[in-house]
Ligand binder design. Structure first.
Ligand code: NAD
Ligand code: UGA
Length: 467
């Protein structure tokens, strides 16, 4: 098999990764036709909406790229078979959530969507193709995909590459345009090397060749899980120190600055928070833990599991601190949450710390009002339904989306900052103070507000990690 020139790309999965990644490939490779397909008709309709504010993903800079390429060499469709048939290269970018049933429940990755894609490619393909794993997958998944594709009996040959994605939400476009590195894993055979080269040529349109790393498939698959585990580990590490700072009188920002100045440690990913959220850190670490256990490497598994345990501790510690500070109960009290998305500049709420904090407060019978510039009330309610602590009716009774920040904070006993949206800093905090119950508490889970100024206004401010 020799696919030398790629003219048609298909990407299965039009989500947070498939959409932005393919938009950038289309932008940088105008000679390639890129078709992004999905089984979710609503999502595809939103990608095709004339009104670019209705794209299914909120991501700075994305609408401009879609505007430039859509209808020229970037297409969104539900016709998966047609796109597979036409493409020389197929990216699989479907979701790989933590398994919620059976063997590996709560830990291993659920690969049913990946398997469905492989079976569909096997059924439809009439000529040789390169299949690229873009989703984050457990090490050695390519083996399973290969086994399905190699037994079609159709004579069609496939090469499987691993090309994990490292973009972060909120900065996806910038991350894709200026990736620190692109990782491509493939077989160490002449056909494998050709396939690696074909994908390398695509990225080389805008990424310098020395930043395109070529490895074997297993190293590439495992590097993605490892990268996320290391990033999350830094957050859990600094969050653990934030608890120690609060007890000892140290200041976590001073500590983070002091340690980050050591170039061996570095200053990034040392921001203490109410806990990391997002669709991947927890899922990928659980997956790593599961894989280590399956190889009987129990010390390795326990080591990484601690990152999750620390994150859970940070989320509940924050919520319980609100309850204990408010005289040991929030029953019947209005608590305002500013921010619901798992980080700023995204509408994604998967595993957001906000839902866990809201849930703990609601279990203490608080009336929670949440405001987020990009998240709807339905999304907030769905997150609580996912947690499955109480009935949907009870969730709707105790959680409301505030119309605007001022209304959200009016008559509240306390405000908790849960997402670091820039706009929170510029609010009229004097006006907010005047309309709150007194004493007026602020729990800044992101440490973004000017605490000294707020204290001058009269707020009682609890900063994370400051003794
Ligand atoms: P997502 O849920 O936003 O999108 C996945 C899409 O795949 C959905 O729209 C779903 O309808 C579609 N899909 C599922 N099965 C399908 C099938 N058989 N045929 C056609 N469409 C199908 O997920 P995401 O956030 O884009 O993540 C995708 C993968 O990328 C995951 O493995 C994730 O771990 C990884 N990843 C995500 C990020 C991120 O920032 N979200 C970053 C790097 C890697
Ligand atoms: C993360 C990685 O950064 C990406 O490289 C990776 O591709 C992606 O996961 C993935 O595989 O899905 P993402 O989850 O989108 O990206 O966003 P991050 O910026 O990593 O933030 C994750 C969480 O950690 C957020 O809740 C954020 O607020 C929190 N965080 C981040 C901190 O609490 N402190 C920090 O210093 C940095």
């Amino acid at each position: 098999m020799k696919v030398t020139e790629v003219k048609n790309i298909c990407c299965i999965g039009a989500g947070y990764v498939g959409g932005p990644t393919m938009a950038i490939i289309a932008l940088k490779c105008p000679e390639i036709k890129v078709t992004v397909v999905d089984v979710n008709q609503n999502r595809i309709d939103a990608w095709n909406d004339e009104d670019l504010t209705k794209l299914p993903i909120y991501e700075p800079g994305l609408a401009d790229v879609v505007k430039e390429c859509r209808g020229k060499n970037l297409f969104f469709s539900v016709d998966v078979d047609k796109a597979i048939d036409e493409a020389e290269m197929i990216f699989i970018s479907v979701n790989t959530p933590t398994k919620s049933y059976g063997k590996g429940k709560g830990m291993g990755a659920d690969l049913k969507y990946i398997e469905l894609c492989a079976r569909q490619i096997a059924r439809v393909a009439k000529n040789d193709k390169i299949v690229v794993e873009k989703s984050t997958l457990p090490v050695r998944t390519a083996e399973a995909i290969k086994s399905i594709l190699d037994h079609t009996g159709s004579g069609v040959k496939f090469q499987i590459l691993s090309n994990p994605e490292f973009l972060a939400e909120g900065t996806a476009i910038e991350d894709l345009k200026n990736a620190d590195r692109v990782l491509i894993g493939g077989d160490d055979t002449p056909e494998g090397k050709d396939a690696i080269e074909a994908l390398t040529r695509i990225y080389a349109h805008w990424i310098p060749r020395e930043r395109i790393l070529q490895t074997n498939v297993w190293s590439s698959e495992l590097s993605k899980l490892t990268a996320n585990a290391f990033l999350a580990q830094r957050i859990s590490s600094i969050n653990s120190i934030s608890a120690l700072c609060e007890s000892s009188g140290a200041n976590v920002h001073e500590v983070a600055k002091a340690i980050g100045a050591d170039t061996r440690i570095g200053g990034k990913f040392l921001k203490p928070s109410v806990g990391f959220g997002g669709s991947c850190f927890q899922k990928d670490i659980l997956n790593l833990v599961y894989i280590a256990k399956s190889y009987n490497l129990h010390e390795v598994a326990n080591y990484w599991e601690q990152v999750i345990i620390m994150n859970d501790y940070q989320k509940s510690r924050f919520a319980e601190n609100i309850i204990s500070t408010l005289y040991n109960t929030v029953s019947g009290k209005k608590i305002a949450l500013l921010g619901w998305a798992f980080k700023k500049d995204t509408n994604d709420t998967r595993e957001t710390a906000s839902m866990f904090v809201a849930d703990i407060l609601m279990s203490d019978l608080a009336d929670v009002y949440a405001y987020d510039p990009q998240v709807t009330e339905e999304q907030m309610i769905n997150d609580l339904i996912y947690l499955n602590t109480r009935s949907e009716d009870e969730n709707r009774k105790h959680l409301h989306k505030g119309v605007d920040p001022y209304e959200t904070c009016k008559d509240a006993h306390a405000i908790a900052i849960l997402t670091e949206w820039d706009e929170f800093v510029g609010y009229d905090w004097k006006r907010i103070y005047e309309n709150m119950m007194k004493p007026a508490f602020i729990f800044d889970g992101r440490n973004i507000l000017p605490h000294d100024e707020l204290r001058k206004i009269g707020f009682l401010v609890k900063s994370l990690g400051v003794g």
